[in-house]
Design a protein around this ligand. Structure first.
Ligand SMILES: *Cc1c(COP(=O)(O)O)cnc(C)c1O
Length: 360
């Protein structure tokens, strides 16, 4: 089998031990003689998996007991609509912080469902930084403040949790969930789509403070109603069982590796080494404000954009996949989530240095 390091932003690389375990029990899960994919979500075996996965996630993240964990579908994008549909009832308004593509997209979707304001934006800085907290124009009566804590496309990451007082804070953590310890009690809602750092596509985790769940609405589609989903333990209809199963294995893998502290240490080492290599060269450049550089999505440009194609070609030949940056920003992007071993980053740095020597 070809040895490949996959730098894709998502769906992304998964931990090798998780993939091995899934392979081992692919045809016979838990002694059932069936694949987990073939088992009813209402079977006692799958219910046990669901309960254990939630317990593991609560343990890993330190989720307080007054928060509910929902295993939902529709990707993180569905939450761009669900958050305002559920929280903006009664004509309330919400504040959005624009720091890049994903927070802007969430705002645009929310506009369809209620009253929203932009309380701060780094648009004029090309979304390469985060607006200073002191400049945010927050409405103290807002239903919530929404931000994206790691902008996957620009590679911009909040390094601390913004203080927004008593207004519930809603964070899209899709591309850096489980990469560092966080204080869940500071949030009203945490959103995390699965295919970046949690498992295969198909799931989105919603961690929601109980007082924000409310009561079932007579108007919302039931699958888009947090109260309905919470009352039905995320099993109102058939959940994406295979994605859930892999996510459950990933939670166990994180625990075995030493939890989120270990994930964070590894992320700091990987990204630190890559940014140092970029900064030390006169050939590669990262445009992000150094205070907010992402540990998960490292973007860089080549001195001559005409060499981009050649760089990608040589990278692919060296087994380094999916380094092309998002079409909206160009250049390269190395997504280095929890599953990326240091050897992958080392191989990328070696390739970058050889390429610079040949073409620089
Ligand atoms: C990938 C991503 C999304 C969208 O996820 P989907 O599962 O495609 O809906 C949303 N927010 C962030 C920060 C992302 O990285």
């Amino acid at each position: 089998m070809k040895n490949v390091y996959n730098f894709a932003p998502g769906p992304a690389m998964l931990p090798r031990p998780v993939m091995k375990k899934a392979q081992e029990e692919f045809l016979d899960w838990n002694g059932t003689g069936m694949s987990v994919m073939e088992v009813s979500h209402r079977s006692k075996e799958f219910i046990a998996l669901a309960e254990e996965s939630e317990a593991d996630l609560r343990d890993v993240l330190g989720i307080p007991s007054n928060y509910k964990v929902l295993f939902m579908q529709g990707g993180a994008t569905s939450q761009f609509a669900m958050v305002p549909m559920n929280l903006l009832q009664g004509g309330k308004s919400a504040d959005y912080i624009h720091t890049g593509s994903w927070s802007v997209k969430a705002y645009k979707e929310a506009q369809r469902h209620g009253k929203v304001r932009v309380a701060a934006t780094s648009k004029e800085q090309n979304y390469m930084t985060i607006p200073e907290r002191s400049t945010w124009q927050l409405d103290k009566d807002a239903a919530y403040v929404y931000y994206c804590s790691n902008e996957t496309i620009g590679g911009v990451e909040f390094q601390s949790i913004p203080d927004v007082g008593a207004v519930p804070l809603v964070a899209d953590m899709t591309s850096h969930a489980l990469s560092r310890p966080i204080d869940v009690s500071k949030f009203g809602i945490i959103i995390a789509g699965s295919q970046k750092n949690i498992g295969p596509a198909g799931l989105v985790l919603v961690i929601i403070r109980e007082d924000l769940i409310g009561t079932e609405s007579a108007h919302l589609p039931s699958l888009l109603d947090y109260a309905h989903m919470a009352a039905n333990e995320s099993m109102s209809n058939t959940p994406p069982t295979f994605s859930w199963y892999i996510a459950a294995l990933v939670f166990k893998w994180i625990k075995a590796e030493g939890g989120l502290k270990a994930m964070e240490q590894n992320a700091i080492k990987r990204s630190g080494k890559l940014y140092a290599a970029i900064d030390a060269s006169g050939f590669y450049q990262n445009p992000v404000d150094k205070r907010y550089r992402s540990r998960m999505n490292v973007t860089f440009t080549l001195k001559d954009a005409n060499l981009d194609g050649k760089f990608l070609q040589e990278a692919k030949a060296a087994g380094l996949e999916a380094l092309k940056g998002h079409r909206s920003v160009g250049g390269m992007r190395a997504s280095i989530y929890n599953a990326m071993p240091m050897e992958g980053v080392d191989a990328l740095i070696t390739l970058m240095q050889e390429f610079e020597r040949k073409h620089g």
